[in-house]
Design a protein around this ligand. Structure first.
Ligand code: PHE
Length: 339
């Protein structure tokens, strides 16, 4: 009935929001919009017609505005629907690889060690890397003549020769067994500790590094036995490396244990690659020597203990099948990203 009816039809059939924009301008633009112009023209009408024309135009304004808003909504949901139908969700599709970082294998392994032994009731203990001869050797019943004291193996700190007191002769600890001493001297049994940390020896090849990591274990209590030690070590390596890991105990000598044992794990790398008959030593262990208990003020007639010291890098070599332990220190991301 009016000039505006066809606009409603046009709006309803508009195919895009750009088309709607154009129609909106055509109708409502401030200077030339058809409705704007019709409103202006109203001024020249006789007052009797003005009112009804005004009401009529207002209704159109309302209807047109509403039609525009509706069509806009319709169009956008149409667009969404099209997107959704052309872009079906494939839940089996692999996501693009995400760059997320992870810990280096050494701290990662030490975390696992702390967790596994923590569950067996072992407390984490730490000691200094710069240690005295007293705690690194003497209190561990390591006699002056022991080859571990040889200047070939130990990094001594400058000025050690001029000191006579072994508690003032400083070195880089050669093992984590110093923590046993420090702990036993200040606590009373029963005790169960695990002591991860860095140690230093003058050694370097595919299975040795001048700085490496160990974790020491110590348990002292009434009636603690070698069987307890084996059970603890076995259940730990099964959890830390693999449930079916092959291991063996051999007798070994360490002045601070009696009897002393060494634990080997079977190398799980390439079948064709022989490494020391495919057995690799990963730990020294044994029953704490009575002299060591005495040195720490613990009565060996009342208390027994066992101790072990594992080499972290060697366990990682076996777990991750790394042929050369030095690759753990090179910081080469192509290597580290494999784990
Ligand atoms: N401290 C010894 C080493 O570094 C390992 C060890 C620890 C042996 C505890 C026996 C008991 O070789």
């Amino acid at each position: 009935m009016s000039a505006f009816g066809p606009y409603i039809t046009k709006i309803r059939s508009a195919a895009s929001s750009a088309e709607l924009d154009a129609l909106e301008l055509e109708i409502f633009s401030r200077k030339h919009g058809v409705l704007t112009v019709a409103m202006k023209d109203m001024g020249s009408l006789p007052p009797s017609e003005k009112i009804s024309r005004g009401q009529e135009l207002n209704r159109w304004k309302h209807d047109l505005t509403e039609a525009l808003a509706w069509r806009r909504k319709e169009l956008s949901s149409l667009v969404m629907g099209e997107l959704a139908s052309g872009d079906k969700l494939d839940v089996t599709l692999e996501l693009p690889p995400q760059e997320s970082g992870h810990l280096h294998p050494i701290p990662e392994f030490i975390r696992q060690v702390e967790e596994v032994f923590g569950r067996m009731g072992f407390e984490i203990a730490e000691g200094p890397e710069v240690e005295s001869e007293q705690f690194n050797f003497n209190d561990l019943n390591i006699p002056e003549s022991h080859p571990a004291r040889d200047a070939q193996d130990t990094f001594w700190l400058a000025g050690y020769e001029s000191e006579n007191d072994p508690s003032r002769r400083l070195l880089l600890r050669t093992h984590t067994s110093n923590v046993q001493i420090r702990y036993m001297k200040t606590r009373k049994p029963p005790m169960r500790i695990i002591c991860p940390g860095r140690v230093y020896r003058k050694d370097s090849d595919a299975t040795h590094s001048p700085m490496f990591h160990q974790f020491e274990g110590l348990m002292v209590g009434a009636g603690v036995s070698l069987a307890n030690m084996k059970a603890v070590m076995m259940s730990a390596i099964r959890e830390l490396i693999a449930p079916d890991i092959d291991f063996r105990f051999r007798t070994g000598f360490f002045p601070f244990v009696e009897p002393g044992l060494e634990m080997d794990l079977r190398w799980r790398g390439d079948e064709n690659e022989s490494r020391e008959g495919r057995w690799m030593e990963v730990a020294g262990c044994g029953m704490t020597h009575p002299n060591v208990l005495r040195n720490c003020g613990i009565d060996p007639d009342k208390w027994q203990g066992f101790a072990f010291g594992f080499g972290v890098e060697r366990m990682i070599m076996i777990k991750l099948q790394i042929p050369d332990l030095r690759s753990l220190y090179r910081g080469d991301l192509r290597f580290l990203r494999q784990f």
